[in-house]
Ligand binder design. Structure first.
Ligand SMILES: CC(=O)N[C@H]1[C@@H](OP(=O)(O)OP(=O)(O)OC[C@H]2O[C@@H](n3ccc(=O)[nH]c3=O)[C@H](O)[C@@H]2O)O[C@H](CO)[C@@H](O)[C@@H]1O[C@H](C)C(=O)N[C@@H](C)C(=O)N[C@H](CCC(=O)O)C(=O)O
Ligand SMILES: Nc1ncnc2c1ncn2[C@@H]1O[C@H](COP(=O)(O)OP(=O)(O)OP(=O)(O)O)[C@@H](O)[C@H]1O
Ligand SMILES: N[C@H](CCC[C@H](N)C(=O)O)C(=O)O
Ligand SMILES: [Mg+2]
Length: 486
């Protein structure tokens, strides 16, 4: 419980109706979650306008409302505060309600199109191994020390986010490593958090359904770096085309990492094979368990962050060399007949390209590469033909299938993908709507030594069709098929 005046600290409001400094029991932006004594923040969303639910919030017991437009008639017993942007206001009141927990932790955010989960998870695993109490907020799961909390978003809403950070403080955490999605920046989910550092991995095509243009997608990512405080570090990948752009307007300490260009933290790949990576990193040669050039970038970003957080170099490299990263990222199994199955969360054109290039780099001879891939429904449609083109050009056989169709017709999603396949590659591309059947077919087509890539769903344990999430696990499907492959 907190007094309204405490929760409003730092919030600029233009008009106030009612003046009682009431006690607030909870803060919410969803009228359905309102309880007696709640502060309701009316936010204009992508589907509906929270202002239309103010009456319902009051009926459910709200005693204060923050909004951008005052309703025609306001209830006398309720405090109304008018603000320019309710989304921003929400992040301020959510942080105040929980006593600004981000200021009591060393909070490091990771942004970029690909690699956020991998980098944040490796940092969490590394700092746990170094003996610290830590939190993790990621696409796969949230963690507070060893407690696992299921995650619904890559970056939670401001209320959930501050609640989790508050619990981390209560559990004595020193650090929190979190993913910062572009949606989160655009929707002010991370506004008003105090970061000790920011990491940029890369920027390639994704989420154009939401951001409309690549430029506004870049601006959302950059806004995170622009907002970092002077005391923080801003660590960028200088090999990425937009790596230096990210640093242009930040007041944080500018730091860089890269494999190719001049950078503060450098690494070179000496060996890249199924068993792992041998890197020349900051003048040391170290074997890592993680595979592929993209993971060399992720490992280097993690190493640089650990150095910026003043950890011991030798301990960091020893610990990092043992880690395997997040679930469903280049996870592989080998069948009794030596067919290799890889599950990877590649769901952008660049990620598909990277994972297939890695497979080509590390396969021993001319083993066939069979790719099973789909694209999510109700998400960026423009990436569908490109993902299919990339997959067909870099595989010996491609099975186009369903990912999470959500509310869309799966056969239409597959048609959108087929449009991208060059006629020269059509012969080795088939479409099978049922993902289970698609994986089974890939296994039937594979000869000993061949490599099957099942892309797009990684760690996900469900397939969402028409609002229903049915149990589905790519690795489990591969394991079922592999058992009988003698
Ligand atoms: C498109 C999008 O990002 N939507 C997010 C957004 O919802 P919204 O504001 O559009 O919600 P809305 O349904 O229009 O409702 C508007 C307001 O009315 C309120 N309302 C609504 C109904 C009602 O009865 N009463 C009521 O008060 C709602 O609580 C809300 O405040 O804000 C919500 C709270 O933060 C999010 O849960 C929701 O995520 C949806 C479910 C989603 O799918 N988001 C994805 C695209 C997303 O955010 N992905 C990124 C990562 C992508 C990546 O990994 O790269 C993520 O960070 O997870
Ligand atoms: N540094 C990287 N550069 C390019 N591709 C990468 C990189 N790291 C991982 N990938 C590819 O992208 C996929 C997703 O990786 P990861 O989950 O770490 O990214 P993410 O940014 O968290 O994704 P999301 O936006 O869905 O949360 C991996 O399975 C791999 O195929
Ligand atoms: N975080 C990503 C996940 C995509 C994963 C893919 N399996 C899909 O459902 O589209 C997104 O929201 O776009
Ligand atoms: Mg992620």
């Amino acid at each position: 419980m907190k007094y309204l005046s405490e929760i409003l600290d730092g919030l600029a409001f233009t008009e106030l109706q009612g003046s009682a400094d009431v006690e607030i029991t909870s803060v919410t932006f969803d009228s359905r979650q309102v309880k007696p004594g709640s502060l309701f923040v009316a936010v204009k969303g992508t589907l509906v306008d929270g202002h239309d639910y103010i009456d319902q919030a009051i009926k459910n017991g709200a005693i204060a409302v923050i909004c951008e437009e005052l309703p025609a008639r306001t209830a006398a017993e309720v405090d109304f505060l008018m603000v320019a942007d309710s989304g921003k206001a929400l992040s301020i009141v959510a942080a105040n309600f929980h006593d600004n927990p981000s200021k009591q932790l060393k909070l490091v955010g990771v942004t970029g199109t690909n690699g956020k989960t991998t980098v944040a998870t490796l940092l969490y695993q590394l700092f746990r191994d170094l003996g610290y109490k830590c939190g993790l907020l990621s696409t796969v799961e949230n963690q507070i020390n060893d407690k696992v909390i299921p995650s619904t978003h890559t970056t939670p809403d401001p209320i959930e986010l501050n609640r989790l950070l508050d619990e981390m403080v209560a559990q004595g955490c020193d650090y929190c490593f979190m993913e910062v999605s572009s949606h989160a920046v655009a929707q002010h989910r991370i506004a008003n958090l105090h970061f000790s550092g920011g990491i940029f991995t890369n920027l390639t095509h994704d989420h154009l359904d939401y951001h409309k243009t690549f430029d506004s997608y870049l601006k959302a990512k950059k806004a995170f770096f622009d907002g970092l405080p002077k005391s923080a570090f801003a660590l960028t990948n200088t090999d990425d085309k937009n790596g230096n752009v990210m640093l242009q307007n930040t007041q944080a300490h500018k730091k860089s990492y890269g494999l190719k260009t001049m950078a503060d933290y450098k690494a070179r790949i000496l060996e890249n094979q199924f068993g792992g990576l041998l890197l020349h990193i900051d003048n040391e040669e170290v074997w890592f368990k993680m595979v592929g050039t993209f993971n060399a970038y992720n490992l280097l970003a993690v190493y640089a962050t650990a150095m910026l957080l003043e950890q011991d170099k030798a301990k960091v490299l020893t610990s990092l060399s043992k880690l395997t990263g997040a679930e469903g990222r280049f996870e592989y199994i080998v069948a009794p007949n030596k067919v290799i199955g890889i599950v990877d969360y590649a769901h952008t054109p660049d990620a598909v390209q990277n994972v297939l290039s890695t497979i080509h780099d590390i396969r021993k001879g001319n083993e066939k590469v069979i790719t099973v891939i789909g694209c999510g429904g109700d998400r960026d449609k423009t990436k569908r033909p490109i993902m299919a083109r990339v997959a067909s050009e870099s595989s010996d056989k491609v099975i186009l299938t369903s990912d999470n169709p959500r509310s869309e017709d799966p056969s239409q999603i597959i048609k959108d993908m087929e449009e991208g396949v060059d006629p020269a590659f059509k012969r080795h591309t088939v479409s099978i709507i049922d993902r289970r059947e698609a994986i089974k077919t890939a296994c039937m087509l594979a000869n000993p030594g061949d490599i099957i890539l099942v892309a797009g769903k990684g760690h996900e344990k469900y397939q969402e069709i028409n609002g229903v999430k049915n149990h589905f696990d790519d690795m489990e499907e591969l394991e079922k098929q592999f058992k009988d492959m003698l």
